[in-house]
Ligand binder design. Structure first.
Ligand code: AHR
Length: 329
């Protein structure tokens, strides 16, 4: 009798374990390969930590993920495309719900984006875009219009120099080679200044969006060019690095050399308010809240716009003084 009861108990336990096991297996996949447990896991591949802008962007993404209840897997690619590709492949293997990344350069993403698409994992581009012809490889691109930023910088210069009777020599510090903001800001600025043949770019080189790069390349510019009237730096950090080189060369930044940058992070805005920079075209790094919103929509299968442009402005020295006390980053 006791033996029969024991056998029945073992059989019940076995069937409970079996049903539980089947249920657990059934939960693990939802067509796209991600877990259907109501939670969202996002794999994010960041460009690096090259600038004040990037630091503010990383903070925005981490804080917004926590506030939205999204589990964030974060990787810093140290400005290397191969590291980003590796991180994206890891996220595919881990079956995250959404992959988001800011591509260090524009080209060379089709293969890995196709792998994500084949695995059923939606991709969101944030901050920078890719030049893939196949737009179905990603769901949306959230970020700035970099051409516009360059154009606004150029248009301001055109206005300032409209009465110049002779050549105005401009040097340009570009972002890292192949990056969307480097390509686009160069394009927008070049197109804007083309209306005045006096405005000439006499030297243009990458400073990789870093202070060290900006300083080093500006030193070379100053050695090679006795007359520099204007510096256009593709971001604040390179402009801040260049300040050191300009001062060391015995020139007064903001006076002897007009300095135009992009970003408007606190240190850049301080330099502008102090009269060392002359104009900044804003590029907002606070993309986190919109990104998390998009991730939720994409995961729920909702349609999202193919392009979401960040709202931005520009700053003169006077405007920087007003904006600085409440500047968030
Ligand atoms: O992609 C945005 C750019 O990248 C910012 O302007 C620059 O500071 C950063 O490194």
């Amino acid at each position: 009798m006791r033996k029969m009861r024991t056998q029945r108990a073992v059989a019940i336990l076995a069937s409970v374990l079996l049903v539980g096991g089947v249920a657990a297996c059934g939960n693990s996949d939802t067509g796209g390969g991600s877990k259907d447990d109501g939670k969202i896991t996002m794999g994010f591949s960041q460009v690096g930590a090259e600038s004040g802008w990037r630091t503010a962007n990383t903070t925005s993404i981490k804080e917004s993920a926590a506030a939205a209840g999204i589990e964030l897997k974060f990787d810093d690619a140290q400005q290397k495309q191969e590291n980003q590709i590796k991180a994206i492949r890891n996220y595919i293997q881990q079956k995250v719900d959404v992959i988001a990344f800011s591509p260090v350069v524009e080209s060379g993403w089709d293969t890995v984006l196709k792998e994500a698409k084949d695995a059923g994992i939606p991709v969101i581009l944030t901050d920078r875009s890719v030049d893939s012809a196949d737009k179905t490889l990603y769901k949306t691109f959230l970020g700035s219009d970099f051409v516009k930023e360059g154009r606004l910088a150029g248009e301001w210069l055109v206005e300032q120099k409209k009465t110049a009777s002779g050549p105005v020599n401009i040097v340009e510090l570009q972002g890292n080679t192949g990056a969307a903001p480097a390509n686009d800001r160069k394009k927008g600025f070049g197109e804007a200044i083309a209306v005045n043949p006096n405005l000439k770019i006499i030297a243009s080189q990458p400073g990789d969006f870093t202070r060290a790069g900006g300083k080093q390349v500006m030193e070379q510019f100053l050695k090679a060019n006795p007359k520099i009237d204007v510096l256009f730096a593709h971001n604040d950090d390179m402009g801040l690095g260049a300040l050191e080189a300009i001062t060391a060369a015995g020139k007064v930044p903001g006076k002897d050399i007009t300095i135009i940058t992009v970003d408007a992070v606190k240190d850049g805005m301080q330099a502008l308010a102090d009269g060392k920079f002359n104009f900044i075209a804003e590029c907002s790094p606070l993309l986190g809240p919109q990104l998390m919103d998009l991730a939720k929509k994409v995961k729920a299968g909702e349609e999202v716009p193919a392009r979401i442009e960040t709202e931005e402005t520009t700053f003169t020295q006077e405007q920087a003084k007003e904006a600085l006390p409440t500047r968030k980053y």
